[in-house]
Structure formats: structure tokens, C-alpha cells
Design a protein around this ligand. Sequence first.
Ligand SMILES: NC(=O)C1=CN([C@@H]2O[C@H](COP(=O)(O)OP(=O)(O)OC[C@H]3O[C@@H](n4cnc5c(N)ncnc54)[C@H](OP(=O)(O)O)[C@@H]3O)[C@@H](O)[C@H]2O)C=CC1
Ligand SMILES: O=C(CO)COP(=O)(O)O
Ligand SMILES: [Zn+2]
Length: 348
Amino acid sequence: MPNTPSHTMELPRLIVVGEKNIIQIGKFLKSLDSPSRASIIAGKHVQKIIQKKIKKSLANSKIHNFWHVPEGNDEKSIITIQKKVRSDRSDIIVGVGGGRSVDVAKMIAFSLHKPFVSVPTAASHDGIASPFVSVRGEKPHSIVATAPLGVFVDIDIIKKAPRRLFASGCGDLVAKITAVRDWELGRDRTGEYYGRYSANLASMSAKILVEAVEKHKVPDTRDVVEALISAGVASCIAGSSRPCSGSEHLFSHALDKIAPNVGLHGEKCGIGAILMAKLQGQDWKKIVATLKNVNAPTTAKQIGLKKEHLAQALVIAQSLRPQRYTILKEVVMTEKKALDLARVTGVI
Ligand SMILES: NC(=O)C1=CN([C@@H]2O[C@H](COP(=O)(O)OP(=O)(O)OC[C@H]3O[C@@H](n4cnc5c(N)ncnc54)[C@H](OP(=O)(O)O)[C@@H]3O)[C@@H](O)[C@H]2O)C=CC1
Ligand SMILES: O=C(CO)COP(=O)(O)O
Ligand SMILES: [Zn+2]
């Protein structure tokens, strides 16, 4: 029944956003569930940066720790790593890194019925506090997993991450402008349940970026991190990624299929937001200015995307999630129309 409200999911119990505080992570975990054994999912780059400090903190807190590198976040790689984590016999799973490590840890924690803690080391995506795992493949979709029991952020680490990751997170944030508009369209056209609070929370997370442009300022790292966390909480409250993921995400998921490994998730969502804002009749130039203000890509060329792949992605995007109403249901998208849209918005 379209009017049935989604179910709200659990929310993180403790969110700490500090600076040069990574050495406190052992104490943080102890305060959550006083674990004795922690499995940590972290990639090679991130381990190089903070493994020593985290190990020291966990040793001081008497937490045995086991480290695993996520090869990918497709189902096969998750199952492989899950078998290793199971043999750790740990009582908490920690994801340390960007979206891939956090997603893999979240999925494994959910499958093993263990608490999960999110430790983002880049402000590159809004999966930090969300209960979902984004699964790529034939029909990209969000799997309902588990919201983190805790979120632990060291802003100093985030600030030192490659700036491209910060810009990508801003792309994922401006995507809320078009995602919320698509949700409004779903409500108005089909009577779909619309959660005003979670929609406003998601819109607010994008607003800090738009306001920064108006004040001729670059948004503060902490503000962007907190906005990404807030967007993840919005999806917990909505019980789905609906407030955070609309036609712009469908464009990004289509590119994951057509041109895998071209561009970061947030970069594709930011470019998708420019295109979809134009279709929605929103101020797409404001989105371009917002992205340029943080040096996020606003053209296909900047992420190495071929225009034919862009056109194909726009044509198939809605078919990837037919049940989610977006502006793409209101246009008959052809490759020619896609290229015209990309041209008029300066994306190609
Ligand atoms: N579940 C959800 O709600 C959401 C999930 N996602 C998912 O997140 C993924 C995108 O995440 P994204 O972060 O863009 O990309 P990835 O996690 O795929 O890659 C990020 C890269 O940056 C590196 N990195 C992270 N932090 C640092 C740092 N501090 N210093 C140096 N390098 C660093 C990582 O290193 P290393 O290799 O060591 O990890 C990795 O190589 C996608 O799979 C997407 O589906 C995106 C949005 C929402
Ligand atoms: O990336 C996301 C929100 O920013 C997750 O959305 P999806 O449900 O489209 O995977
Ligand atoms: Zn996203």
C-alpha cells in the first residue's frame, strides 16, 4: 500500500567526531560493548596510515584484534572475507576506511549478527552511519544490513586524506537535492509514503554546501563529515535510502555497470545531480557552482567518462530500480536526448 510508512531502523548509539583522537578508539569500543576481540576490515592504504595507532589503542584496552583487507564489495569477496572473520571469534566488527571497507564490515557484521562500528577515514560517502550496504551487479540495490552501533571519526585523518575523496563526498551530498525531489515526485504521482522529517534531514545535509558557496567559503571538513553522517541517519529514519538516492544514483549505478571503476561513487552522483536537476526543473547551475566550490568534477571528461557511456547510462538508469519513482519515469530517454542534456548542462 503506497501510504504505508517505511519502518525506522536502529540508530547509532554513540557518534564521536574528534580531532587527533584515533588513539582513543580502544576506549571508545570498550564504552560501547566492552569487546575482548575485534575484527577490523581495512584496506592497504588505510592500514599504512593508522594500523599502528589503532593496534596500540586496542592493546592498551585489552582488545585482541584481527585485520582483513576487503578485495571488493561484491558478494563473492564478502563471503571470502566473512569466513576468515568468523574464525576470529570476535565480538565486534570494525570498518575502517572509505565506503568499500565500511560496507564490507557492515555486511559481515550483519551476517554474523555482531555489532558493527564505522570508522571513516575519508569524507567520501554517506554510508558512514547508514544501515545499508550498496551492492553492485545486475540490479544495484541497497541491502538492509545494520546501522553502526557507533561511529568514530578523527577529523585530522579525514583532513589528510586525498582531497579528491572530500570532493567526492560533497558530490554524494549535493545528490540529496535531486534525491529528495524524486521522492516528492513519487509522493505526488503515486501516493508513495514520504517521510518529511528524513527528507528534510537529507536536504539539510546538502544545504551546508550550498550555503558555503553563497558565503564564498569552502565548507569546513567537520561540517561535511557531520552532514554525511546526518544523511546516513536520515536513511535510518526513512527505513530506506530513498531520501539519499534518486535518479542521480541510478545514473551512478548504471555507470558502475557500463564503465566500472570510472570515477568515484560521489563524483558520479554529483554529475548525475547536475543532469537530473535540469530534468527536474531545479537550479542545476547552483549545483555546478556548489561542486566547483570544492573542486568536485562537473564534467564527464574530468572523471574519464566517455560520452557514449554517459548516454547509455542515462538510457538504462531507471530500469535498474523500476520500483523507485524518479524524474526519469517522466521522460523517454534516448541516447540523443541524453547527449543533448549533457551538452546543455556542460557535462560534455
Ligand atoms: N552503504 C551505503 O549507504 C553507501 C555505500 N557506498 C559505497 O561506498 C563505495 C564508495 O566509497 P569511496 O570511499 O568513494 O571509495 P572506496 O572505499 O572504494 O575507495 C576509497 C579509496 O580511498 C582510500 N582511502 C580512504 N581513506 C583514506 C585516507 N585517509 N588516506 C588515503 N587513502 C584513503 C581507500 O584506501 P583502502 O584501499 O586502504 O581502503 C580506497 O583506496 C562504493 O562501493 C559505494 O557503493 C557509497 C555511499 C553509500
Ligand atoms: O549511495 C547511497 C546513498 O548516498 C546508497 O544508495 P543506493 O540505495 O542507491 O545504493
Ligand atoms: Zn551515495
